[in-house]
Design a protein around this ligand. Structure first.
Ligand code: GLC
Length: 588
């Protein structure tokens, strides 16, 4: 008969072996975390899958496609806001933080979705939009009703008797003014975004408590994290002084990143975040590599990750969303991502992304969406995203190589940002034709067109009329076609995820940029515990040479390449070629 001691003696060798293996894996990896090893897949719910024929994606639609999400191999889904909203800015204007947007479904649908995700081992991250609410939120309705209302201080007001408030910039206002006069109480209220997105007043402890309680409400339901919308804006100088003479349009340093920002984030961490095993990622507008660790340094006890804007700004000219006709410089691109890697090499943890709901499709923006190169160059970008030392945030549809829709007419756009800017250009008698050309490259709606499931009408997204046009290339670019094709962009993405998951070197390994002056090739090493992996990426539509002079290639084993035909020359990469080699000298 077995007693407890017998059992332990019997299992001892096994226990020692597993603990050794575990040690080996963890060697030199001090602070392993699930969110560092995860691949995050971002879903724009409005455009993913419509279940009821109203032309708007919804929660039941997402539930019906969870097996697809699972098949990708991703670990976390980040959903853009799903809360009650009049949709002035597609859900970034919330009228009730504890209710589901009616177009998306009900709280019961949400509970099912969360359970179905968890049953499949997928975690769920929601969007926390607390710099502003909707003007249709009960708090704002109360606040604007009288100067004495108890909710008045939930927002920022400037009484008219003090004169006209000092200039503040608004992104989504036709005149770019962030102050809106409200005649009932003869005061201006502040809105950094649209007039329907009044800024919340974080100076008010009651407001902070409401937000923290609301966060607990969602964590207690079991969600796994928050992506924090424009979080550096929550603290501002609320005396709203006039802008100094030296003001050069750098509004982030004057309007956001205020004196209490870190105090608020530390309180949020202490009272809410630290109590759960969750992840947080800040939308780091205005955060630089010098200030990043103030947000995500472990000892700061604030947030886990942030994403910066430096990469996304490349290849643009000053002015609103103006692409540089010359494109972007790969050398600048390498510098940005290498700088951020070194900023976070010892402390903190990075993120990496090339597209999201505020940006165009990655293949159009960063590579080549022509028939000839769309597939190859999508795979090349995917190789970059999945081999950097950072958590990849991968935008839905990029796994198919979806492209910008490039609308010709303003009527086809749905985004408040594009419409307001169009009006603004018109008011200033600017060049509307050029504006539309610029939007074809940079407008947010390019990344918001419906997901392309198959070649049935509306790409299988809806039985109704889609809220925004479907990209006509859905007949050839869609999930059904790509699932069948072992060489598709989709299957390449899945393969790479499997490679990353198996290979801790690709997650935690040291990153070293090679050949920083090569204008066509991005090449780098990843190294961990004696294992060495080499990544070679050709960002150009031409054959390009790479110098491997100092790299020992004797034992090189090709792990993956985005061309079917095996490369015949080690040092020449075909257009948009991507290769990953294991170049370890031992048998790693
Ligand atoms: C963030 C969101 C963007 C939204 C804005 C206002 O930048 O990503 O979509 O319009 O904040 O909430």
């Amino acid at each position: 008969m077995f007693n407890k001691t017998n059992l332990i003696v019997l299992l001892l060798p096994f226990l020692i072996l597993t603990s050794c293996l575990h040690k080996q894996n963890n060697e030199n990896i001090p602070d392993r975390k699930w969110w560092k090893e995860a691949v995050v897949y971002q879903i724009y719910p409005r455009s993913f899958k419509d279940s009821d024929g109203d032309g708007i994606g919804d929660i039941k639609g997402i539930i019906s496609k969870l097996d697809y999400v699972k098949s990708l191999g991703v670990d976390v889904v980040w959903l853009n806001p799903i809360f009650a909203s009049p949709n002035d800015d597609n859900g970034y204007d919330i009228s009730d933080y504890r209710a589901i947007m009616k177009e998306f479904g009900t709280m019961a649908d949400f509970d099912i979705m969360l359970k179905e995700m968890h049953d499949r081992g997928i975690k769920l991250v929601l969007d926390l939009v607390v710099n502003h609410s909707s003007d249709e939120h009960e708090w704002f309705k109360q606040a604007r009703s009288s100067r004495n209302n108890p909710y008045r201080n939930y927002y920022h007001w400037w009484p008219a008797e003090k004169g006209i408030p000092a200039e503040r910039f608004s992104y989504f206002d036709v005149n770019n003014s962030a102050w809106k006069f409200d005649s009932l109480t003869k005061s201006y209220y502040l809105h950094y975004f649209s007039v329907k997105q009044p800024d919340l007043n974080w100076e008010n402890p009651k407001l902070r408590e409401e937000i923290f309680n609301m966060m607990k409400f969602w964590f207690d339901k079991g969600i796994d994290g928050f992506r924090m919308d424009v979080i550096p804006y929550i603290s501002k100088d609320t005396t709203f002084p006039a802008l100094p003479a030296k003001y050069n349009g750098d509004f982030l340093s004057y309007y956001a990143h205020g004196p209490h920002l870190h105090e608020y984030l530390q309180a949020m961490n202490k009272e809410v975040l630290s109590k759960y095993d969750i992840m947080t990622v800040a939308e780091g507008a205005g955060v630089t590599s010098e200030t990043a660790l103030d947000f995500i340094g472990t000892e700061r006890k604030e947030l886990n990750m942030l994403y910066h804007f430096e990469g996304m700004g490349l290849g643009t000219l000053p002015g609103f969303k103006t692409p540089d006709p010359k494109g972007y410089s790969l050398i600048d691109f390498k510098n940005v991502y290498s700088k951020w890697d070194s900023t976070l090499a010892q402390k903190g943890w990075g993120t990496i992304f090339l597209g999201n709901h505020d940006n165009p499709r990655m293949v159009t923006r960063w590579a080549n969406d022509s028939n000839e190169y769309r597939e190859l160059s999508s795979k090349m970008l995917t190789t970059f995203l999945l081999t950097m030392r950072a958590t990849p945030y991968y935008y839905f549809g990029d796994e198919l190589g979806m492209t910008n829709i490039k609308f010709n007419n303003i009527e086809d756009y749905r985004d408040i940002e594009t419409h307001n800017m169009y009006q603004n250009v018109m008011n200033k008698r600017g060049d509307l034709r050029q504006f539309i050309e610029n939007q074809k490259m940079l407008a947010r709606d390019n990344g918001r067109t419906p997901f392309q499931w198959d070649n049935s009408p509306n790409a299988g997204f809806t039985d109704g009329t889609p809220w925004i046009k479907v990209n006509p290339n859905y007949t050839s670019i869609n999930v059904a076609a790509q699932e069948k094709d072992s060489n598709s962009v989709l299957n390449y993405f899945k393969k790479l995820i499997r490679i990353r998951k198996k290979e801790l070197t690709l997650i935690y390994g040291k990153y070293t940029l090679l050949e920083n002056a090569n204008p066509n090739i991005y090449s780098y090493l990843r190294e961990l515990n004696g294992k060495k992996i080499l990544i070679l990426l050709n960002f150009k539509a031409q054959m390009s040479s790479v110098s491997l002079n100092n790299i020992k290639m004797d034992n090189a084993k090709l792990i993956i390449c985005n061309y079917i035909k095996i490369p015949d020359k080690l040092t020449v990469l075909r257009p948009y070629e991507a290769r990953i080699y294991n170049i370890s000298t031992s048998n790693n």
